[in-house]
Design a binder for this molecule. Sequence first.
Ligand code: MD5
Ligand code: FE
Length: 200
Amino acid sequence: MSSGLKYLPSYFDRAAQEALITAIEAAVAQAPFYTPVMPRSGRPFTVRMSNLGQLGWVSDRDGYRYQAQHPETGEPWPEIPDQVLALWRKVADYPHDPEACLVNHYREGAKLGLHRDEDEKDFAAPVVSISLGDTAIFRIGGTERSGKTETLKLSSGDVLVLGGASRLRYHGIDRVLSGTSTLLKQGGRLNLTLRRVTKP
Ligand code: MD5
Ligand code: FE
């Protein structure tokens, strides 16, 4: 794997994972998961999404963007929980807090096609990803779509930090392995993705 990728397996123990779930459940009670659609086509994502923080990533027929309000309720996004900010401050090696925490919910059969995260203005900050619940098959390539790719299993409690040369690599979720975790009562996978959006 090229530089800038830090894989921190089992960063969160079971008790910490349960505390994260409690905080996320409270947040998504305020900002419910919604189903984004692809720009132009309107084709729905199989992943459901919500956000925490000052800015949230949304996708609709008009495009991808960051905005301060939930697209369906019009309310501001809930705050990023303290233990999530604490993780960023420990691992991001970046002197400002994240502005956005995308919450992805993968139910059985959900996946995320190969893409780059390039809707942010500040690529100097890393992306920090927390996996919770069922194990995912994560695919990662290089900075060109045509490049070769490899896969990595992301299990509950794992953290990935994607900075430097890895910040703009292609990546996606091929599939989620149902029944591999007992963390979520409803099953499936939750991923928290922390990002800096604007230049400080
Ligand atoms: C996920 N989410 O597991 C992933 C975790 C997304 C998304 O991809 O955009 O919602 S973030 C993984 C990531 C971010 C930035 C760069 C790289 C991977 N990378 O270079 O591999 O739901
Ligand atoms: Fe991504």
